[in-house]
Design a protein around this ligand. Structure first.
Ligand code: SF4
Length: 427
């Protein structure tokens, strides 16, 4: 990295500091956290803007926060901490705005049971987060004999009335992003990537993979202006997919749907039928240690409810968890930005029980991978939510002193032994 202070490579021979010249590692750590958070905020703001929604306050904060990371502009640790927490506040605003953008365009999601696997015939699988891309593709493929499948973070699309009304949106294929190479290799149809997370494609399917919007991969065709003719042509020229049903998945538990069950939930908690709520989710990834989240969900006692969101859900959503008095034990709220629904539900429960969110029988085990997860974590900290278990490891860009602040103030802990963590959460 080039240092603008001593005008050479940071950490080079004439550099007396470790890392970035003139900044201590705590300032550097907070600036890194801020920058990663801003990237997450930018992603959500981009999707909302595509749907015609903007927020002047969020935009102004982006400028302020970027400016604050300039060389020699601010060395104050507390001001940096404040900015980092403000990023969490702005991310809450932007998640709320994106929720409004989605629900006003595609309707309020309702619970949906989604077939997994493939149906006989030509197909297109759509991955990423951009629901508008999916809607346009569904319009352009209508009546063409092509089945459209969601993949990864697109699964929640099935909850939205304006998307699931298309009969050729037939189900979900595959799991989270890190399995793309195997799953796309085995999918004989066309593949459309709308956002991250995309893996560099194998040669075996590169000619069937298309990117659009913000996503791009060298060697794969990039679609302009949501004209999906090339994707459709490719799907029709490929060998048909086999009939290969693989069970069902559930999604679509937007906060408006869950709050519709609020009376039942409160009654079940009061009657001791629901002992505890767990949020288990976040970004998935290939790093070892993520089986923790699968094992934790498996070991959650029968009288507890699991909330989930983002692609980390694929670590746990292949099982049937049953229901408690008609309340599903696994509640998938949607994409990572739909953690907004989890916040709305937690806040409503706290109001109903006349307590703070930290006093609820609720524990959070969050898997993180990329920048949106950082933005969401900052939102949870902004809301003062404590005792979060974070994994598969703590972010390397958090310096020891910054970590101490997070532990002291919020009691954030790395995930550990499943049985010990579960016992602690249930205490
Ligand atoms: S939840 Fe995170 S890791 Fe998963 S696809 Fe979305 S951005 Fe990528």
């Amino acid at each position: 990295m080039f240092c603008f202070q001593c005008e050479q490579t940071a950490g080079g021979t004439a550099c007396t500091k470790v890392g970035v010249c003139g900044k201590d590692e705590d300032i550097q750590s907070l600036q890194d956290i801020l920058m990663f958070g801003l990237k997450g905020i930018a992603a959500y703001a981009y999707h909302a803007r595509e749907l015609g929604h903007k927020d002047e306050q969020v935009d102004a904060f982006m400028h302020e926060a970027m400016f604050a990371t300039l060389t020699n502009v601010d060395f104050d640790l507390n001001r940096h901490l404040e900015l980092v927490l403000k990023a969490g506040e702005m991310n809450l605003r932007v998640m709320e705005m994106l929720d409004k953008a989605h629900t006003s365009t595609f309707g309020n999601p309702t619970p949906a049971t989604v077939p997994s696997g493939t149906r006989a015939g030509p197909g297109i699988v759509v991955t990423g987060h951009d629901l508008l891309d999916l809607q346009e593709l569904l319009k352009q493929t209508e009546g063409k004999g092509i089945n459209v499948y969601t993949h990864g973070e697109m699964l929640p699309a099935h909850g939205y009335p304006e998307l699931r009304k298309f009969k050729h949106l037939v189900g979900n294929y595959g799991t989270a992003w890190q399995n793309q190479k195997r799953e796309f290799d085995e999918f004989s149809g066309a593949i459309l990537v709308t956002t991250n997370c995309v893996m560099i494609p194998k040669d075996s399917y590169k000619d069937r993979l298309f990117t659009c919007g913000i996503a791009g991969v060298s060697g794969a065709k990039h679609i302009q202006n949501r004209d999906f003719s090339d994707v459709i042509e490719k799907a029709l020229s490929q060998p048909p997919l086999p009939e290969n049903p693989q069970g069902t998945l559930s999604t679509g538990f937007h906060y408006s749907a869950v709050l519709g069950l609020a009376d039942k939930v409160i009654e079940a908690v009061k009657a001791g039928k629901i002992r505890h709520f767990f949020f288990i989710g976040g970004c998935d990834g290939a790093k070892p240690g993520r089986n923790y989240f699968t094992e934790l969900a498996e070991k959650v006692p029968e009288d507890c409810v699991i909330l989930t969101a983002a692609c980390g859900k694929y670590r746990l959503n292949a099982r049937d968890y049953g229901a408690i008095d008609g309340i599903p034990r696994l509640i998938d709220m949607g994409q990572c930005n739909d953690c907004y629904s989890a916040i709305k539900i937690a806040t409503a429960l706290a109001e109903a029980f006349n307590c703070g969110v930290n006093d609820l029988p609720l524990s959070l085990a969050v898997s993180w991978y990329e920048q949106k997860a950082v933005a969401i974590l900052l939102t949870l900290l902004h809301l003062g939510i404590k005792n979060i278990k974070l994994g598969p490891s703590l972010p390397a860009f958090v310096s020891p002193n910054v970590l101490n602040v997070l532990v002291d103030k919020y009691n954030i802990k790395p995930i550990g032994n499943v049985d010990e963590d579960l016992a602690e959460m249930l205490k």
